[in-house]
Design a protein around this ligand. Structure first.
Ligand SMILES: Nc1ncnc2c1ncn2[C@@H]1O[C@H](COP(=O)(O)OP(=O)(O)OP(=O)(O)O)[C@@H](O)[C@H]1O
Ligand SMILES: [Mg+2]
Length: 264
């Protein structure tokens, strides 16, 4: 087992303002899997990702990634663990503004034990033409591709992605997902991807669904759809439809209905 989470609990605040962000979560992920973590806003997805990434410390429970007992690590060990094993892709690209695309990607490989060939990676990312540009001159999709490059340059064993397509249109989202699929296939990178988008779960080998910090579903996907074949336009369509219905009806049962479908 590559990732092993047992009874993870994480609360924030105290007294009346106490929130249980992650409530007794356990699951296992094998090496090379693409796991999609779904759930409505506030269900604990980012908190869980941060706990696995050693950024946030759980109140209780155990977490093992490769040979590392993440819940018992010192700060120094946590830094080494992240450097050696993890790539992290954020929704807001977090690129360094005064470094070029190439330099942003090179930073990811800094101090790595087995970095990828940067030229080949930039080519795979479709960024060869943009390698010497600063992030401010890139589109959202190009910025996210640079961020993926930075995260995978060290050739991590595990790629944690928090809403990697959250800020992108459906066509650009698909390009990003095709790229993540390529990273998984080419380098065997295990991917744990958080999303609101139900349709993205079709490309996963396993789908985990969270609600109020608890797992409500953990299921292998028998019919994996290639990222290229995902029909993400549907989200667009549903979004448009929702917008129109809200304008006409504008009441809360509608939002409850849509959130129950996980398309909110
Ligand atoms: N640092 C914090 N301090 C206090 N509460 C927090 C903190 N981080 C998260 N929370 C709370 O924990 C719960 C889970 O938050 P989390 O960010 O993990 O949700 P999420 O599923 O990632 O949501 P979204 O889809 O909106 O990103 C929320 O109720 C949130 O308000
Ligand atoms: Mg989040």
């Amino acid at each position: 087992m590559f990732i092993e989470l047992k009874n993870i609990i994480k609360t924030f605040g105290q007294g009346d303002s106490k929130t249980t962000a992650v409530n007794n979560v356990s699951f296992n992920i094998d090496q090379g899997e693409v796991v999609v973590l779904l759930g409505p806003s506030g269900s604990g997805k980012t908190t869980l990702l941060n706990i696995i990434g050693g950024i946030e410390i759980a109140d209780s429970g155990s977490i093992k990634v490769a040979d590392h007992q993440v819940d018992k690590m010192t700060d120094k060990n946590a830094v080494e663990y992240r450097r050696e094993h993890l790539g992290y892709i954020f929704q807001s690209y977090n690129l360094i503004p005064n470094l070029t695309v190439r330099e942003n990607i090179e930073i990811g490989a800094y101090l790595a034990k087995k970095p990828l060939n940067i030229d080949e990676l930039i080519d795979d990312l479709g960024l060869t033409k943009h390698a010497n540009k600063l992030p401010m001159y890139l589109s959202g999709g190009q910025q996210q591709r640079t961020a993926i490059g930075r995260a995978v340059a060290k050739n991590p064993d595990l790629l944690l992605c928090d809403e990697p397509t959250g800020a992108l249109d459906s066509q650009t989202s698909k390009e990003i997902l095709v790229l993540l699929e390529k990273v998984n296939k080419k380098y065997g990178t295990t991917i744990l991807m958080v999303t609101h988008n139900e349709l993205i779960s079709q490309m996963a080998s396993r789908v985990i669904r969270l609600k109020d910090g608890e797992i409500v579903l953990d299921q292998p996907n028998e019919n994996i759809v290639a990222a290229e074949a995902l029909e993400l336009w549907e989200t667009h369509f549903i979004r448009e439809l929702k917008g129109s219905l809200y304008q006409i009806l504008g009441n809360t049962w509608l939002s409850l209905y849509f959130s129950s479908l996980y398309v909110a």
